[in-house]
Design a protein around this ligand. Structure first.
Ligand code: 3PG
Ligand code: MG
Length: 399
Protein backbone atom coordinates (compact mmCIF):
# COMPACT_ATOMS: atom_id res chain seq x y z
CA UNK A 1 0.00 0.00 0.00
CA UNK A 2 1.47 3.31 -1.07
CA UNK A 3 -0.15 6.08 0.96
CA UNK A 4 1.23 8.72 -1.37
CA UNK A 5 -1.23 7.39 -3.93
CA UNK A 6 -4.23 8.60 -1.96
CA UNK A 7 -5.93 11.32 -3.93
CA UNK A 8 -8.63 13.74 -2.89
CA UNK A 9 -11.32 15.41 -5.01
CA UNK A 10 -9.33 18.67 -4.96
CA UNK A 11 -9.13 19.91 -8.52
CA UNK A 12 -11.96 17.60 -9.69
CA UNK A 13 -15.10 19.28 -11.01
CA UNK A 14 -17.85 17.87 -8.80
CA UNK A 15 -20.57 20.32 -9.85
CA UNK A 16 -23.79 18.43 -10.51
CA UNK A 17 -22.08 15.12 -9.71
CA UNK A 18 -23.59 12.66 -7.27
CA UNK A 19 -20.87 12.13 -4.67
CA UNK A 20 -21.29 9.22 -2.26
CA UNK A 21 -19.41 9.97 0.98
CA UNK A 22 -18.74 7.05 3.34
CA UNK A 23 -18.74 8.82 6.69
CA UNK A 24 -18.71 7.47 10.23
CA UNK A 25 -22.00 8.60 11.76
CA UNK A 26 -21.61 5.94 14.44
CA UNK A 27 -21.87 8.29 17.42
CA UNK A 28 -23.13 7.68 20.95
CA UNK A 29 -26.89 8.21 21.21
CA UNK A 30 -29.09 8.10 24.31
CA UNK A 31 -32.89 8.42 24.18
CA UNK A 32 -32.71 9.52 20.55
CA UNK A 33 -30.19 12.28 21.33
CA UNK A 34 -26.58 12.41 20.18
CA UNK A 35 -24.48 12.63 23.36
CA UNK A 36 -21.09 13.26 21.70
CA UNK A 37 -21.11 14.90 18.27
CA UNK A 38 -17.32 15.00 17.80
CA UNK A 39 -17.36 12.65 14.83
CA UNK A 40 -20.11 14.70 13.16
CA UNK A 41 -18.34 18.01 13.80
CA UNK A 42 -15.17 16.70 12.18
CA UNK A 43 -17.12 15.86 9.02
CA UNK A 44 -18.62 19.30 8.55
CA UNK A 45 -15.82 21.07 6.65
CA UNK A 46 -15.55 18.27 4.10
CA UNK A 47 -19.31 18.00 3.54
CA UNK A 48 -19.72 21.77 3.33
CA UNK A 49 -16.90 22.04 0.82
CA UNK A 50 -18.46 19.43 -1.49
CA UNK A 51 -21.88 21.10 -1.25
CA UNK A 52 -20.37 24.54 -1.87
CA UNK A 53 -18.72 23.15 -5.00
CA UNK A 54 -22.15 22.12 -6.28
CA UNK A 55 -21.99 18.38 -5.64
CA UNK A 56 -25.02 16.33 -4.69
CA UNK A 57 -23.74 14.91 -1.44
CA UNK A 58 -24.98 11.46 -0.45
CA UNK A 59 -23.78 10.46 3.01
CA UNK A 60 -23.73 6.77 3.86
CA UNK A 61 -22.82 5.15 7.20
CA UNK A 62 -23.46 2.33 9.60
CA UNK A 63 -24.76 2.88 13.12
CA UNK A 64 -24.26 0.32 15.88
CA UNK A 65 -24.30 -3.37 15.21
CA UNK A 66 -27.83 -4.37 14.13
CA UNK A 67 -28.02 -8.09 13.47
CA UNK A 68 -31.40 -8.73 11.87
CA UNK A 69 -32.22 -6.07 9.32
CA UNK A 70 -33.94 -2.78 10.12
CA UNK A 71 -34.41 -2.01 13.83
CA UNK A 72 -35.73 1.34 15.00
CA UNK A 73 -33.06 1.67 17.69
CA UNK A 74 -30.35 1.61 15.02
CA UNK A 75 -31.94 4.15 12.68
CA UNK A 76 -29.69 6.95 11.47
CA UNK A 77 -32.64 9.35 11.36
CA UNK A 78 -31.93 11.17 14.67
CA UNK A 79 -28.26 11.45 13.73
CA UNK A 80 -29.19 12.88 10.31
CA UNK A 81 -31.27 15.49 12.12
CA UNK A 82 -28.31 16.44 14.31
CA UNK A 83 -26.11 16.62 11.22
CA UNK A 84 -28.65 18.91 9.56
CA UNK A 85 -28.55 21.26 12.54
CA UNK A 86 -24.75 21.27 12.67
CA UNK A 87 -24.38 21.79 8.92
CA UNK A 88 -27.00 24.52 8.83
CA UNK A 89 -28.27 23.00 5.57
CA UNK A 90 -31.31 20.90 4.81
CA UNK A 91 -30.44 17.22 4.96
CA UNK A 92 -32.80 14.84 3.15
CA UNK A 93 -33.24 11.36 4.58
CA UNK A 94 -33.98 8.07 2.88
CA UNK A 95 -35.38 5.22 4.98
CA UNK A 96 -33.36 2.71 2.96
CA UNK A 97 -29.80 2.99 1.63
CA UNK A 98 -30.57 1.20 -1.66
CA UNK A 99 -33.58 0.66 -3.92
CA UNK A 100 -36.38 2.94 -5.08
CA UNK A 101 -36.56 5.09 -1.96
CA UNK A 102 -32.85 5.89 -2.00
CA UNK A 103 -32.91 6.51 -5.75
CA UNK A 104 -35.85 8.88 -5.33
CA UNK A 105 -34.15 10.82 -2.50
CA UNK A 106 -31.00 11.21 -4.61
CA UNK A 107 -32.98 12.18 -7.75
CA UNK A 108 -34.60 15.03 -5.80
CA UNK A 109 -31.28 16.51 -4.67
CA UNK A 110 -30.34 19.79 -6.28
CA UNK A 111 -26.72 20.79 -6.80
CA UNK A 112 -25.29 21.48 -3.36
CA UNK A 113 -27.96 19.33 -1.69
CA UNK A 114 -27.16 16.82 1.06
CA UNK A 115 -28.85 13.50 1.87
CA UNK A 116 -28.25 10.83 4.49
CA UNK A 117 -29.24 7.26 3.69
CA UNK A 118 -30.42 4.80 6.33
CA UNK A 119 -28.03 2.47 8.20
CA UNK A 120 -25.98 0.36 5.78
CA UNK A 121 -25.93 -2.56 8.22
CA UNK A 122 -29.69 -3.07 7.78
CA UNK A 123 -28.53 -5.04 4.73
CA UNK A 124 -26.44 -8.19 5.23
CA UNK A 125 -24.47 -7.37 2.08
CA UNK A 126 -22.70 -4.50 3.84
CA UNK A 127 -20.62 -6.49 6.32
CA UNK A 128 -20.25 -9.39 3.85
CA UNK A 129 -18.80 -6.94 1.32
CA UNK A 130 -21.24 -8.42 -1.18
CA UNK A 131 -20.52 -7.05 -4.68
CA UNK A 132 -24.24 -7.12 -5.52
CA UNK A 133 -24.97 -4.81 -2.58
CA UNK A 134 -22.01 -2.55 -3.40
CA UNK A 135 -23.33 -2.41 -6.97
CA UNK A 136 -26.74 -1.26 -5.71
CA UNK A 137 -25.08 1.50 -3.67
CA UNK A 138 -22.91 2.47 -6.64
CA UNK A 139 -26.01 3.12 -8.79
CA UNK A 140 -26.72 6.13 -6.57
CA UNK A 141 -23.48 7.96 -7.30
CA UNK A 142 -20.94 9.08 -9.87
CA UNK A 143 -17.99 9.39 -7.49
CA UNK A 144 -17.06 7.75 -4.19
CA UNK A 145 -15.30 9.51 -1.31
CA UNK A 146 -14.02 7.39 1.57
CA UNK A 147 -13.99 9.68 4.59
CA UNK A 148 -14.40 7.21 7.45
CA UNK A 149 -10.91 6.40 8.70
CA UNK A 150 -12.52 5.01 11.86
CA UNK A 151 -14.26 2.32 9.75
CA UNK A 152 -11.33 1.61 7.43
CA UNK A 153 -10.32 -1.51 9.37
CA UNK A 154 -13.53 -3.11 8.09
CA UNK A 155 -13.55 -4.61 4.59
CA UNK A 156 -17.21 -3.83 4.03
CA UNK A 157 -19.20 -2.94 0.90
CA UNK A 158 -19.22 0.75 1.81
CA UNK A 159 -15.53 0.98 2.73
CA UNK A 160 -13.89 -1.38 0.22
CA UNK A 161 -16.52 -2.78 -2.16
CA UNK A 162 -17.65 0.52 -3.62
CA UNK A 163 -14.15 1.37 -4.79
CA UNK A 164 -14.49 -1.38 -7.41
CA UNK A 165 -17.49 0.37 -8.96
CA UNK A 166 -16.83 4.10 -8.83
CA UNK A 167 -13.91 6.51 -9.25
CA UNK A 168 -12.77 6.71 -5.64
CA UNK A 169 -11.12 9.42 -3.59
CA UNK A 170 -9.92 9.92 -0.04
CA UNK A 171 -11.95 12.38 2.01
CA UNK A 172 -10.37 15.25 3.95
CA UNK A 173 -11.02 13.75 7.39
CA UNK A 174 -9.49 10.43 6.41
CA UNK A 175 -6.46 12.33 5.06
CA UNK A 176 -6.19 14.31 8.28
CA UNK A 177 -6.23 11.15 10.40
CA UNK A 178 -3.66 9.40 8.23
CA UNK A 179 -1.38 12.42 8.06
CA UNK A 180 -1.40 12.70 11.86
CA UNK A 181 -0.48 9.04 12.23
CA UNK A 182 2.22 9.28 9.58
CA UNK A 183 3.73 12.29 11.35
CA UNK A 184 3.95 10.27 14.54
CA UNK A 185 5.08 6.92 13.15
CA UNK A 186 6.72 7.19 9.76
CA UNK A 187 9.19 9.98 9.94
CA UNK A 188 8.85 11.43 13.42
CA UNK A 189 11.04 13.98 15.09
CA UNK A 190 13.08 12.06 17.64
CA UNK A 191 13.21 11.09 20.39
CA UNK A 192 9.79 9.49 20.22
CA UNK A 193 7.65 7.99 22.95
CA UNK A 194 4.43 6.06 23.09
CA UNK A 195 2.09 5.80 26.04
CA UNK A 196 0.17 2.55 25.92
CA UNK A 197 -2.36 1.91 28.66
CA UNK A 198 -5.52 -0.08 29.07
CA UNK A 199 -6.52 -3.16 30.96
CA UNK A 200 -4.95 -6.07 29.16
CA UNK A 201 -1.68 -7.04 27.53
CA UNK A 202 -3.52 -9.77 25.61
CA UNK A 203 -5.48 -7.28 23.49
CA UNK A 204 -2.45 -5.15 22.67
CA UNK A 205 0.36 -7.60 21.95
CA UNK A 206 0.60 -6.62 18.27
CA UNK A 207 0.54 -2.92 19.20
CA UNK A 208 3.34 -3.33 21.74
CA UNK A 209 5.40 -5.51 19.40
CA UNK A 210 5.09 -3.03 16.57
CA UNK A 211 5.82 -0.01 18.77
CA UNK A 212 8.99 -1.35 20.42
CA UNK A 213 10.47 -1.50 16.93
CA UNK A 214 9.45 2.10 16.23
CA UNK A 215 9.69 4.31 19.30
CA UNK A 216 12.53 5.22 21.65
CA UNK A 217 10.50 5.00 24.86
CA UNK A 218 7.43 2.87 25.49
CA UNK A 219 5.56 4.02 28.57
CA UNK A 220 3.26 1.27 29.80
CA UNK A 221 0.42 1.95 32.22
CA UNK A 222 -2.97 0.63 33.22
CA UNK A 223 -3.70 -3.00 34.03
CA UNK A 224 -1.16 -4.03 31.38
CA UNK A 225 1.68 -2.66 33.46
CA UNK A 226 0.73 -5.07 36.26
CA UNK A 227 1.35 -8.05 34.00
CA UNK A 228 4.79 -6.66 33.11
CA UNK A 229 5.63 -6.03 36.79
CA UNK A 230 4.49 -9.55 37.71
CA UNK A 231 6.56 -10.99 34.88
CA UNK A 232 9.57 -9.29 36.51
CA UNK A 233 8.77 -11.03 39.80
CA UNK A 234 7.00 -8.14 41.50
CA UNK A 235 3.89 -9.06 43.55
CA UNK A 236 0.89 -6.93 42.59
CA UNK A 237 -1.62 -8.17 45.19
CA UNK A 238 -5.15 -8.39 43.84
CA UNK A 239 -4.45 -6.16 40.85
CA UNK A 240 -5.83 -6.96 37.44
CA UNK A 241 -3.12 -8.96 35.67
CA UNK A 242 -2.75 -11.78 33.16
CA UNK A 243 -0.34 -14.45 34.43
CA UNK A 244 -0.80 -16.36 31.16
CA UNK A 245 0.97 -13.50 29.42
CA UNK A 246 4.13 -13.30 31.52
CA UNK A 247 6.20 -14.88 28.78
CA UNK A 248 4.66 -12.52 26.22
CA UNK A 249 5.61 -9.58 28.43
CA UNK A 250 9.15 -10.93 28.77
CA UNK A 251 9.42 -11.43 25.01
CA UNK A 252 8.34 -7.82 24.46
CA UNK A 253 10.96 -6.61 26.95
CA UNK A 254 13.68 -8.65 25.21
CA UNK A 255 12.57 -7.38 21.82
CA UNK A 256 12.62 -3.82 23.16
CA UNK A 257 16.20 -4.22 24.36
CA UNK A 258 17.29 -5.50 20.97
CA UNK A 259 15.59 -2.63 19.21
CA UNK A 260 16.94 0.04 21.54
CA UNK A 261 13.55 0.91 22.98
CA UNK A 262 13.32 1.71 26.68
CA UNK A 263 10.25 0.26 28.38
CA UNK A 264 9.06 2.56 31.16
CA UNK A 265 6.95 0.95 33.87
CA UNK A 266 5.37 2.61 36.90
CA UNK A 267 7.58 2.92 40.00
CA UNK A 268 4.72 3.71 42.36
CA UNK A 269 1.00 3.11 42.37
CA UNK A 270 -2.26 4.21 43.91
CA UNK A 271 -3.81 1.17 45.59
CA UNK A 272 -7.16 0.41 47.20
CA UNK A 273 -8.91 -2.69 48.45
CA UNK A 274 -12.18 -1.83 46.71
CA UNK A 275 -12.89 -0.93 43.10
CA UNK A 276 -15.27 1.94 43.61
CA UNK A 277 -15.57 5.69 43.38
CA UNK A 278 -13.78 7.40 46.26
CA UNK A 279 -12.45 4.11 47.71
CA UNK A 280 -9.94 4.55 50.53
CA UNK A 281 -6.55 4.57 48.80
CA UNK A 282 -2.85 5.12 49.34
CA UNK A 283 0.35 5.48 47.38
CA UNK A 284 2.97 2.71 47.56
CA UNK A 285 6.07 1.84 45.60
CA UNK A 286 5.37 -1.00 43.16
CA UNK A 287 7.41 -3.42 45.26
CA UNK A 288 5.16 -2.75 48.27
CA UNK A 289 1.67 -3.46 47.00
CA UNK A 290 -0.25 -5.08 49.91
CA UNK A 291 -1.53 -8.60 49.22
CA UNK A 292 -5.16 -7.53 49.65
CA UNK A 293 -4.91 -4.35 47.53
CA UNK A 294 -5.15 -3.59 43.85
CA UNK A 295 -3.36 -1.02 41.72
CA UNK A 296 -5.90 1.45 40.32
CA UNK A 297 -3.63 4.22 39.07
CA UNK A 298 0.00 5.14 38.57
CA UNK A 299 1.51 7.08 41.48
CA UNK A 300 2.83 10.66 41.56
CA UNK A 301 6.49 9.61 41.24
CA UNK A 302 5.71 7.68 38.08
CA UNK A 303 3.90 10.71 36.69
CA UNK A 304 6.82 12.99 37.59
CA UNK A 305 9.35 10.68 35.94
CA UNK A 306 7.32 10.23 32.77
CA UNK A 307 6.56 13.97 32.56
CA UNK A 308 10.30 14.63 32.81
CA UNK A 309 10.89 12.12 30.03
CA UNK A 310 8.35 13.91 27.84
CA UNK A 311 10.34 17.15 28.27
CA UNK A 312 13.02 15.54 26.10
CA UNK A 313 10.60 13.89 23.70
CA UNK A 314 9.69 15.43 20.36
CA UNK A 315 6.90 13.09 19.24
CA UNK A 316 4.36 11.31 21.41
CA UNK A 317 1.76 8.73 20.51
CA UNK A 318 -0.88 7.96 23.14
CA UNK A 319 -3.29 5.06 23.35
CA UNK A 320 -5.08 3.98 26.51
CA UNK A 321 -5.46 5.29 30.07
CA UNK A 322 -2.92 4.71 32.85
CA UNK A 323 -5.49 3.81 35.49
CA UNK A 324 -9.17 3.33 36.22
CA UNK A 325 -9.84 6.87 35.02
CA UNK A 326 -13.64 6.54 35.05
CA UNK A 327 -13.76 6.40 38.85
CA UNK A 328 -12.36 9.26 40.91
CA UNK A 329 -9.66 9.72 42.05
CA UNK A 330 -8.06 6.98 39.95
CA UNK A 331 -7.91 9.10 36.83
CA UNK A 332 -5.45 11.55 38.39
CA UNK A 333 -2.31 9.90 37.00
CA UNK A 334 -3.69 9.80 33.45
CA UNK A 335 -4.96 13.38 33.71
CA UNK A 336 -1.68 14.72 35.10
CA UNK A 337 0.43 13.12 32.37
CA UNK A 338 -2.07 14.25 29.73
CA UNK A 339 -1.82 17.83 31.03
CA UNK A 340 1.98 17.64 30.90
CA UNK A 341 1.85 16.43 27.29
CA UNK A 342 -0.69 19.12 26.41
CA UNK A 343 1.44 21.89 27.94
CA UNK A 344 4.54 20.75 26.03
CA UNK A 345 2.51 20.60 22.83
CA UNK A 346 1.15 24.10 23.41
CA UNK A 347 4.69 25.33 23.96
CA UNK A 348 5.64 23.93 20.55
CA UNK A 349 8.04 21.37 22.03
CA UNK A 350 6.07 18.22 21.33
CA UNK A 351 3.95 16.70 18.59
CA UNK A 352 1.24 14.67 20.32
CA UNK A 353 -1.13 12.27 18.60
CA UNK A 354 -3.71 10.30 20.56
CA UNK A 355 -6.50 7.93 19.69
CA UNK A 356 -8.60 4.94 20.68
CA UNK A 357 -12.00 4.89 22.38
CA UNK A 358 -11.09 5.24 26.06
CA UNK A 359 -8.21 7.56 25.29
CA UNK A 360 -10.42 10.29 23.90
CA UNK A 361 -12.78 10.01 26.88
CA UNK A 362 -9.79 10.29 29.24
CA UNK A 363 -8.34 13.32 27.43
CA UNK A 364 -11.78 14.94 27.41
CA UNK A 365 -12.03 14.42 31.18
CA UNK A 366 -8.59 15.99 31.58
CA UNK A 367 -9.82 18.89 29.42
CA UNK A 368 -6.79 18.75 27.12
CA UNK A 369 -8.18 17.34 23.86
CA UNK A 370 -7.84 20.66 22.05
CA UNK A 371 -4.23 21.09 23.14
CA UNK A 372 -2.98 17.83 21.62
CA UNK A 373 -1.65 18.09 18.07
CA UNK A 374 -4.22 15.57 16.91
CA UNK A 375 -6.80 13.42 18.62
CA UNK A 376 -8.20 10.71 16.40
CA UNK A 377 -11.88 9.81 16.55
CA UNK A 378 -11.03 6.25 15.58
CA UNK A 379 -11.06 3.33 18.00
CA UNK A 380 -10.38 -0.05 16.40
CA UNK A 381 -8.92 1.47 13.23
CA UNK A 382 -6.41 3.53 15.25
CA UNK A 383 -5.27 0.39 17.09
CA UNK A 384 -4.91 -1.62 13.91
CA UNK A 385 -2.84 1.19 12.44
CA UNK A 386 -0.60 1.08 15.54
CA UNK A 387 -0.25 -2.65 14.95
CA UNK A 388 1.26 -1.81 11.59
CA UNK A 389 -1.58 -3.44 9.68
CA UNK A 390 -2.89 -2.41 6.32
CA UNK A 391 -6.46 -1.13 6.65
CA UNK A 392 -8.64 -2.43 3.79
CA UNK A 393 -10.64 0.80 3.57
CA UNK A 394 -7.44 2.81 3.12
CA UNK A 395 -5.67 0.33 0.85
CA UNK A 396 -8.69 0.30 -1.48
CA UNK A 397 -8.37 4.05 -1.96
CA UNK A 398 -4.72 3.76 -3.01
CA UNK A 399 -5.53 1.43 -5.92
C1 3PG B 1 -16.23 2.57 15.60
O1 3PG B 1 -17.08 3.12 16.31
O2 3PG B 1 -15.14 2.16 16.05
C2 3PG B 1 -16.49 2.48 14.12
O3 3PG B 1 -17.65 3.18 13.79
C3 3PG B 1 -16.56 1.05 13.68
O4 3PG B 1 -17.66 0.39 14.27
P1 3PG B 1 -17.66 -1.19 14.38
O5 3PG B 1 -16.63 -1.55 15.41
O6 3PG B 1 -19.06 -1.58 14.79
O7 3PG B 1 -17.30 -1.75 13.02
MG1 MG C 1 -15.51 -0.23 17.70
Amino acid sequence: MNLDKLKTTDGIDVKGKRVIVRADLNVPVRDGKVTDATRLERLLPGLNALADRGAKVIVISHFGRPKNGPEAEFSLRPIAETLQRLLGRTVAFSGDCIGAQAADTVAKLSDGGVAVLENLRFHKGEEKNDPAFAGELAKLGDIFVGDAFSCAHRAHASTEGLTHFLPSYAGPLLMEEINALRTALENPKRPTAAVVGGAKVSTKIPVLTNLVAKVDHLIIGGGMANTFLQAMGIAVGKSLAEPDFHSTARDIMTEAKQKGCEIVLPVDAVVATEFKEGAVHKVVTVSNVPADAMILDVGPQSVARTSALLEHTRTLLWNGPLGAFEIAPFGDGTFALARAAAALTKAGKLVSVAGGGDTVAALNSAGVTDDFTYVSTAGGAFLEWLEGRELPGVAALTR
